[in-house]
Design a protein around this ligand. Structure first.
Ligand code: NAD
Length: 365
């Protein structure tokens, strides 16, 4: 393979970036032959190698891509720590339009870039990349996951993300509404894509009444026909008078406008970065809304990817770890209630207790 231009960003300019937050490594690579322009960021490896998806997105400039990779990799540190995984946090982003700019050569070059990090960063699919794309990257590096051929969903972690979200909704309903099951509970699912559709299935099987909204008509028809979900306007889904609002589409669903309109007493869904600003969690608390922190409730996928990376496949073990998301959330809810703090702050504290404690042990040894 021809040598590509790669640069490890250790200069003071990266340290001044507002989202730098003590990242352990940030690397950038450009390859003119394939058009690859990509960042890999490793936020923290105290608990193990940094695992996180490789996103491809048409960022308008390099700095936006850098901001995204820094925020996302930090989020992965917290997600893996709270899920109890022996993993650190990292992420990769490719600057480009996945529909127009993706080629086999570009993906092979990305695999080569990942390989140069020598296993400190392990990649997986993310928005703009697919299991098939990761399999191509896997031709030039062993450090990709989520492509396990014997996987029950062909490498797709979404069903496990949905399963964890379902367990999280059950835990939230028990804590907030004192209901031990979901029979008769109403849930508004915003976005019935890979995760939202599986979640709708699990909810309806459990006897919940499910309302769905999406911008994709095919997905809505599927949810209606297969699971008898009630379709509602995408601009009204968060305002429904239901027990649970489950954001499963894009980030930012909880913002200063929507939070005042939400009538559900529980927000529990799979979407990443649900809060437009961190203080939305405190607003939710003051309004009496129980918020299940996004990176806690949606960790089923990373648990599955971790087990795919291990190679041997023990489905019972994966399910057990995903199911434990419910218990983790219950302890967050109790601690938040007793301290009168937002659930997201408690989740951050619990994650930091795990990955910072490990650093202290390491440095003492
Ligand atoms: P997806 O793209 O398959 O589904 C998203 C769905 O939301 C699509 O059907 C899309 O049409 C719909 N949508 C987009 N804009 C909308 C809007 N304004 N209103 C209503 N619906 C809208 O993605 P996914 O894999 O199902 O992931 C959903 C969310 O969960 C994302 O935020 C993702 O980052 C997060 N997440 C996914 C996984 C996973 O395993 N796939 C893991 C962790 C977190």
């Amino acid at each position: 393979m021809r040598q590509q231009n790669s640069v490890q960003l250790t200069d003071s300019s990266i340290k001044k970036h507002p989202d730098y937050d003590q990242h352990q490594m940030v690397a950038y690579r450009e390859d003119k032959a394939t058009g690859l322009r990509a960042f890999i960021a490793i936020h923290n490896q105290n608990l193990g190698p940094a695992l996180g998806g490789c996103r491809m997105y048409p960022y308008s400039n390099k700095n936006n891509a850098l901001t995204d990779v820094l925020r996302l990799s930090k989020g992965m540190t917290y997600k893996s720590a709270i899920a109890g995984l022996p993993l650190g946090g990292g992420k990769a982003v490719i600057i480009g339009n996945p529909r127009r700019d993706k080629s086999k050569e570009l993906l092979l070059a990305m695999g080569n870039f990942i390989d140069s990090i020598q296993g400190s960063y392990i990649s997986a699919e993310d928005s703009g990349t697919s299991v098939a794309d990761l399999a191509i990257m896997g031709e030039t590096t062993q450090w990709v996951s989520g492509i396990h051929s014997a996987h029950e969903f062909h490498g797709d972690p979404s069903p496990y993300t949905a399963m964890g979200t379902f367990e999280g909704i059950k835990a939230a309903v028990k804590h907030q509404l004192q209901h031990s099951d979901l029979a008769g509970i109403s849930v508004a699912v915003q976005g019935v894509g890979n995760v939202g559709m599986h979640l709708t299935k699990l909810l309806t099987q459990a006897g919940a009444r499910v309302y769905v909204a999406d911008v994709n008509e095919d997905n809505l028809n599927e949810a209606k026909e297969r699971f008898a979900a009630t379709v509602v306007d995408k601009n009204k889904i968060h305002r429904l008078d239901v027990d649970v609002f489950a954001p499963c589409a894009m980030g930012g669903a909880i913002n200063s406008t929507s939070i005042q309109e939400i009538r559900a007493s529980i927000i529990a869904g799979a979407a990443n970065n649900q809060l437009s600003k961190p203080d939305m969690a405190e607003t939710a608390r003051q309004l009496g809304i129980l918020y299940a922190p996004d990176y806690v409730i949606n960790a089923g996928g990373i648990i599955d990817i971790h087990h795919q990376q291990l190679g041997e496949r023990n489905v019972d073990r994966v399910r057990k770890e995903v199911t434990a998301i419910g218990a983790t959330l219950t302890s967050i809810f109790h601690r938040a209630k007793s301290t009168e703090m937002p659930t997201s702050v408690i989740a951050d504290q619990m994650a930091e207790e795990r990955f910072l404690a490990r650093r202290q042990q390491t440095s003492i040894a």
